[in-house]
Design a protein around this ligand. Structure first.
Ligand code: ATP
Length: 473
């Protein structure tokens, strides 16, 4: 549903969640900034992931490795030679396309049988690295680009997705390094450091959150595919031979995490990769049904000892572990869980966004509400004095001072209460409290719940506890 997707994009801008990067200079393609509400929501997702990985699993620790890394790492990881997508340029429109995106978009318009046939052929050619075959396929199916109707294509070429830059101050000793296209390699190259200094026993995991950069050729999909984004990755090191069980464990564990946020479970599915990398033992994606269709949010991969072996080969440092239980030395196998923070942000927003018709007794009314999980909402509690006088603001400030060390509160005394409620609905604040003249008499306030819009009179001293109970649920 493109309309819903467009509405969500506009909403994200209007309410300070996501802005186009460098907007006053007409923007930078596939790069975005998070605004006052977006940055907080993103931080809350990141913190929730971090806590559930590190604090809730006694055998997982977190690290924070640098974005710049030794260039040989990307040779060892295979990114220098293999991290590329086949691209094609349209000579008339001068636009560049990712071949798979172009073909997939075209396939959408075909009847089901033909669609499957086209995708199957494409996958075959991609797997065989047959660039000429891909070009022929594009021509045979008369695939056009969205800008120009003429199908005047260049050859298909491989483009590496890594950004590179120079380090060093003078030209002579400058050397080319890459901006990391994933955070995982920072974990692999610190495997020995963490295992030894943390006295970690297998099975154990290392988690990390950080920026990654890919020179993506993108269709307009908002923050779904960005050139600068954040990943939350965890590498779990296991004894060879136990990887099947651990893969099954992490699949379940990760789906549980998504469900623990109260996100609609019917919108999730697993996608089993049809073609595995030569070293991989298993690979599945967790997909979510975005308004633009089912798309990957997270990958769960059983990667054998491939990564550590490659680093052993290139660094000539032994990447081995001595397993005292079986008296054996080995290179551990790895199960990886990898989720995009920005993509999870988009998922959260899409799942929470509702346009509700509130027409009652012939009186037209509606609202846009973000039913965000309370633990992720950027603001947990909004506090409103009914009027600006009669000591009501003072009472409201008192509640504010009591609650703000515990969670994020927002204070506002302008406009009618109804309007203030609507603004909080739009950013997903789960609770609003109004202080009125009765508060002065009996110390009670009106608490209003975002989703049901119900209101209740509760003692002012109970407010903090009510909110805390909900966000710690
Ligand atoms: P795709 O096939 O969509 O390009 P991928 O399979 O290359 O993705 P991975 O390398 O497995 O993705 O990265 C793990 C996760 O990182 C993805 O599931 C996604 O959530 C996130 N991610 C990857 N690329 C991007 C991007 N360009 N923008 C935002 N998030 C991304």
């Amino acid at each position: 549903d493109q309309n819903k997707f467009q509405a969500i994009i506009s909403h994200c801008k209007e309410y300070g969640f996501v802005f186009q990067s460098s907007e006053i200079y007409d923007g930078l393609s596939a790069v975005y900034d998070y605004g006052q509400n977006g940055a907080q929501l993103k931080k809350n997702i990141r913190d929730y992931w971090w806590k559930s990985m590190t604090q809730m699993h006694e055998n997982i620790v977190g690290i924070d490795s640098a974005i710049f890394m030794h260039p040989t790492i990307w040779k060892a990881s295979g990114h220098v030679d293999g991290f590329s997508d086949p691209m094609i340029d349209n000579k008339d429109s001068k636009k560049r396309y990712r071949v798979d995106h172009l073909i997939e978009a075209h396939a959408e318009t075909l009847p089901e049988g033909n669609r499957d046939e086209l995708i199957a052929k494409m996958n075959e050619l991609l797997a065989a690295d047959d660039l000429a075959g891909l070009k022929t396929l594009i021509e045979t199916y008369k695939i056009k680009c969205s800008v120009s109707n003429t199908a005047n294509w260049t050859e298909v070429r491989q483009f590496n997705l890594m950004f590179s830059t120079q380090v060093g101050s003078v030209a002579e000793d400058a050397s080319e390094i890459y901006l990391r296209p994933e955070t995982a390699q920072g974990i692999f190259v610190n495997f020995l450091n963490v295992q030894k200094t943390g006295r970690m026993k297998i099975p154990f995991g290392i988690a990390q959150v950080g920026k990654a950069f890919r020179n993506e050729i993108v269709a307009r999909q908002f923050i779904f595919r960005m050139r600068e984004f954040e990943q939350m990755e965890m590498q779990f090191f296991v004894r060879p031979g136990t990887q099947k069980e651990w893969f099954a464990y992490w699949k379940e564990e990760r789906l549980k995490w998504h469900k623990s946020l109260g996100i609609d479970p019917n919108k999730y599915r697993f996608h089993v990769h049809d073609k595995l990398a030569f070293y991989a033992d298993a690979a599945e994606d967790i997909e979510y049904e975005f308004p633009i269709g089912f798309k990957e949010v997270e990958g769960i991969h059983s990667r054998t000892d491939h990564d550590l072996s490659r680093h052993q080969e290139f660094s000539r440092k032994k990447m081995q572990y001595f397993d005292t239980e079986i008296n054996q030395n080995y290179i551990p196998y790895v199960i990886e869980t990898s989720i995009g923070l920005d993509r999870m942000f988009l998922l959260t927003i899409c799942d929470a966004y509702y346009e509700e018709d509130l027409t009652k007794d012939g009186k037209e009314d509606s609202r846009v509400v973000m039913k965000l999980p309370a633990k992720l909402a950027p603001v947990k509690l909004a506090i409103f004095p009914l009027t600006k006088k009669d000591g009501l603001p003072e009472l409201a400030k008192e509640l504010m001072d009591k609650c703000k060390p515990a969670f994020h509160c927002f204070y506002e005394e302008k406009d009618a209460i109804g309007k203030r409620y609507r603004r909080q609905d739009a950013i997903g604040t789960p609770f609003c409290v109004t202080i009125d003249h009765q508060t002065k008499e009996d110390n009670t306030v009106t608490i209003r719940y975002r989703d049901s819009m119900e209101q209740e009179r509760v003692p002012m001293d109970k407010v903090k506890e009510i909110v805390l109970n909900k966000i710690n649920e």
